[in-house]
Design a protein. Structure first.
Length: 271
C-alpha cells in the first residue's frame, strides 16, 4: 500500500481508500478517495503543504490540488500557527479569515476564533448561519442584528466591505423589533409597527429607545385585548428599571391602533 493510504469498507462491502498524515504528533485525516493513487496523491499534497514554507495562503491556487480548499486552509494554518482547526480558518494577529469557498472569504475578530473553530459556517439564501444546539443561528445575530434585517436599512458595513464581519465594521442601525429608521422632514426618526394581521403603525418617535418601548407597550396592549401571539420583547439595557418605567408611561400610542385592538377584541379570530 502506498504511503499514507489505507483501505476501508462501505456498508455494501466494497473497498474505498482513505488518506492520512501525521504532523507535529497530530494524526490528520485527509479524506476518502476512489483509488489508491488519488489517496496517495492527497498525502503527497498535504506533505508538501506542511513542509514547503514558500506556499503561502494568499497566493495558493486551490484548483491545482486534489485536496479540498477546507483541508488546505486547515493544514496551512496548522503549519504556520501550530494550531490545528478542522474548519477552514487561517489566523492573523488580531483577526482570522474563514474560507467559506476559495473565493468567498470572511474576516472575523480573533475573539470569535473559539466559536468558529467549533461551528461550521454555512450559507443559504444569501444568509450566513451556523448550526448551534440543533438550531440554525444567523451569524448576524451575534451583532444584535435581527433575522431578516436588510443591509443598508437595518445595518451597514463601516468600510463598505460585506465580507468584513469584525465588530468594529458592523453598524446596527435598527437593533430593536418593530422599529424602522426613517427620514422625516430632513431629520432621522423612528417608525414603530407591530404585526398582527399585517403590519400596523404605532407611531413615529424621536429616538430609537422611544420607538422600541412603544413596540413593547403596543404588544402589551395587544395581549390585554386577547391577541394570542408570541410578540418578542425589546430589552433596553441602557435604561435603569425606573427610567424604563417612566419612558413606558410617557410614550404615546396611536389612537387608531387602540381602536383597532378594540375592534379586534370583538372578532372571533384574534391572530
Amino acid at each position: 500500500m502506498l504511503t499514507g493510504v489505507y483501505t476501508a469498507k462501505k456498508k455494501d462491502g466494497s473497498i474505498y481508500y482513505r488518506s492520512n498524515i501525521t504532523y507535529r504528533g497530530k494524526h490528520i485525516s485527509l479524506g476518502s478517495f476512489q483509488s489508491e493513487t488519488d489517496a496517495h496523491r492527497a498525502y503527497l499534497e498535504a506533505d508538501r503543504l506542511l513542509k514547503d514554507s514558500h506556499i503561502v495562503i494568499d497566493h495558493i491556487l486551490f484548483s491545482d490540488y486534489l485536496l479540498g480548499h477546507e483541508k488546505i486552509v486547515s493544514l496551512l494554518n496548522f503549519r504556520d500557527h501550530k494550531i490545528y482547526i478542522r474548519n477552514p480558518v487561517y489566523m492573523y494577529r488580531t483577526y482570522f479569515h474563514y474560507y467559506l469557498t476559495p473565493d468567498e472569504i470572511y474576516k472575523f475578530d480573533i475573539d470569535d476564533l473559539f466559536y468558529f473553530s467549533s461551528h461550521k459556517l454555512l450559507k443559504r439564501g444569501g444568509r450566513l448561519y451556523v448550526n448551534d444546539y440543533g438550531m440554525q443561528v444567523t451569524v448576524l445575530s451575534r451583532y444584535g442584528i435581527r433575522n431578516f434585517a436588510v443591509a443598508g436599512k437595518d445595518y451597514q458595513f463601516a468600510n463598505q466591505d460585506p465580507y468584513d464581519l469584525r465588530y468594529e465594521n458592523i453598524i446596527n442601525i435598527n437593533p430593536f423589533h418593530g422599529v424602522r429608521r426613517i427620514s422625516q422632514n430632513g431629520a432621522v426618526a423612528y417608525e414603530t409597527y407591530i404585526h398582527i394581521r399585517g403590519d400596523y403603525q404605532i407611531g413615529v418617535y424621536r429616538t430609537l429607545h422611544e420607538g422600541a418601548i412603544a413596540y413593547n407597550k403596543a404588544a402589551d396592549l395587544a395581549r390585554q385585548h386577547g391577541v394570542e401571539k408570541n410578540f418578542p420583547t425589546n430589552f433596553i439595557t441602557e435604561l435603569s428599571a425606573r427610567e424604563y418605567a417612566q419612558a413606558y408611561t410617557d410614550v404615546t400610542i396611536s389612537e387608531k391602533y387602540k381602536k383597532y385592538l378594540k375592534q379586534l377584541a370583538k372578532s372571533p379570530r384574534q391572530q
